[in-house]
Design a protein around this ligand. Structure first.
Ligand code: PMP
Length: 292
């Protein structure tokens, strides 16, 4: 059960396959200092990476948002990933592609830095939100930056500073994770996953105008909900709008679809049913898709 830091198999670094303990990056790497890396997380189910082309397309978009380009096409990166899965003999697992500016120049714009890229594909998978009885969430005291402040659509390391702080604070307070509100107090997402709730047989989810429109979120909205004849409403919802909701869940590549048992906000506690009928159908439709 190796964690990513102890993984000792093959990785791909700047177009070469090497053993992970031979991979070195310079301590002066621009992105280490200025949070300029972009990355992805992809799940391998039964030797197959789920929606990997979508993830690599997003990686390229994230890099452009940081002012650099990935010098390999998404299709080429998919091919490399398939080779890595074979080389490391992975049945199930997780893929972590990452691109970053090297240490050639410390001017903040980083224009003279090389662009580096690596892919780690490892196993077994250590699920972050693996709670049989549903997650206990709080509402974070920090709020999302306004949509005009950051390229919120990019999966860039700089945007994860707040997620790290918020999840740490939630765990220290005895919760599994936290939901984050936007500047106006509307619900957005959790620290590393998108948020849905079910009320009167309708699926509600915050509109992704200041946070990552996750690939799992899009799968639920565009593939699963239509296949189950479920109406989806994307909108701006205050915490109080969750009164009367029957079930709630988080979506993300790493977490899959994770049930929420409760959300704690000031004096209010919202309790949700576990194994609720619609949610069970969504979960089983998702399992069928990833295992297909
Ligand atoms: N929001 C954030 C902040 C995330 O880190 C993730 C995980 N990538 C998601 C949402 C869910 O995105 P996806 O479904 O593409 O994994």
């Amino acid at each position: 059960m190796a964690a990513i830091g102890q993984f000792d198999g093959y990785i791909w670094l700047n177009n070469t396959f090497i053993k992970s303990h031979d991979a070195k990056i310079h301590i002066a790497a621009h992105s280490l200092h200025y949070a300029g890396s972009v990355f992805e997380g992809i799940r391998i189910y039964n030797t197959k990476p789920f929606k990997q082309l979508d993830h690599y397309k997003r990686l390229c978009i994230s890099a452009e948002a940081m002012g650099y380009s990935i010098q390999y096409s998404p299709e080429y990166l998919c091919d490399i990933t398939n080779q890595l899965i074979n080389m490391n003999q992975l049945q199930d697992g997780y893929i972590r592609p990452i691109a970053w500016r090297g240490g050639e120049d410390h001017h903040i714009n980083g224009h003279n830095c090389t662009i580096n890229i690596a892919i780690i594909a490892y196993n077994p998978f250590d699920l972050i939100h693996n709670r049989a009885h549903g997650l206990r969430l709080c509402i974070a005291k920090w709020r999302k930056a306004h949509q005009t402040s950051l390229p919120f659509y990019a999966k860039g390391s700089g945007l994860y500073m707040m997620s790290t702080i918020i999840q740490n604070e939630a765990i220290q307070s005895g919760f599994d994770d936290a939901l984050v509100l936007d500047q106006e107090g509307f619900l957005t997402e959790a620290t590393t996953s998108n948020f849905f709730f079910i009320k009167d047989n309708i699926l509600y989810t915050p509109i992704s105008d200041c946070f990552l429109n996750g690939i799992t979120r899009q799968t639920v909205i565009n593939e699963i909900a239509p296949s189950l004849n479920l109406k989806v409403i994307e909108g701006k919802f205050l915490v109080s709008f969750m009164h009367g909701a029957h079930a709630a869940f988080l979506t993300g590549t790493a977490a899959g679809i994770k049930e929420i048992a409760s959300i704690h906000h000031e004096e209010d506690i919202f309790h949700f049913a576990i194994h609720q009928d619609i949610l069970e159908r969504i979960k089983s439709a998702y399992s069928q898709l990833v295992e297909a």
